[in-house]
Design a protein. Structure first.
Length: 206
């Protein structure tokens, strides 16, 4: 069924009003959540992964031996919540970050907590002209990217132009994204300027 933007807004308003005036009974959901609290054995502090806001999050994980299909000795994220000590979000968190534990694990109706089978854990590589994707380890992919960056810079680096010293590389361009926080954007900027890259832009004003 095709839903127009107007229909979507109508349905959202009706659902919001129903929640506000108690038409929907949320007590069973609350009771289930209280009876099945999240359990984790290791806790780490991190930041949200979906925008450059840098919201503080607390990430709870368990050893793989405690979940169905997990690998013993490997950590799996099972819970994410806002960090109340963060000066940015004060414990609040958007729905996307709150559900980001699903990047690592999901709850199967019959098996319980399992590793997310849709998670990509290797680099997908397709050679020029090829039609098949192959898997590569991250270390291999990073080394290949570094080698290509160096080769491209060496082949396109200009030290002088006339009587001027320019020291620039016109063969590489970098585009950043809004998921980069301030620190990441700073490091990427320093790296590219160190390489002499002049085509440096971002689709967000970090």
């Amino acid at each position: 069924m095709a839903i127009t933007r107007r229909d979507f807004l109508k349905y959202t308003a009706v659902a919001g009003g129903a929640l506000l005036f108690g038409v929907f009974d949320l007590d069973p959901i609350k009771a289930y959540a209280e009876a099945n609290p999240p359990v984790w054995t290791t806790e780490a502090l991190s930041v949200g992964v979906y925008c450059s806001g840098g919201c503080g999050v607390i990430v709870g994980s368990v050893d793989g031996s405690t979940i169905t299909g997990g690998t013993a000795g490997k950590k799996y994220v099972v819970y994410v919540q806002g960090n109340p000590d963060s000066p940015i979000n004060g414990g609040g968190l958007c729905s996307k970050c709150a559900s980001s534990a699903q990047i690592s694990t999901i709850v199967d109706p019959t098996l319980g907590r399992i590793p997310n089978p849709e998670r990509i854990t290797t680099v997908k590589y397709r050679a020029a002209g090829a039609s098949v994707w192959t898997d590569k380890p991250y270390a291999t992919a990073i080394n290949e990217i570094a080698a290509k960056v160096k080769a491209t810079r060496d082949a396109n680096f200009t030290e002088t132009e006339g009587a001027l010293t320019v020291n620039r590389c016109n063969g590489i361009a970098t585009l950043g994204g809004s998921s980069l926080n301030n620190e990441a954007a700073y490091l990427i900027g320093k790296l590219n300027r160190g390489l002499g890259v002049v085509y440096l832009e971002t689709q967000a004003r970090n």
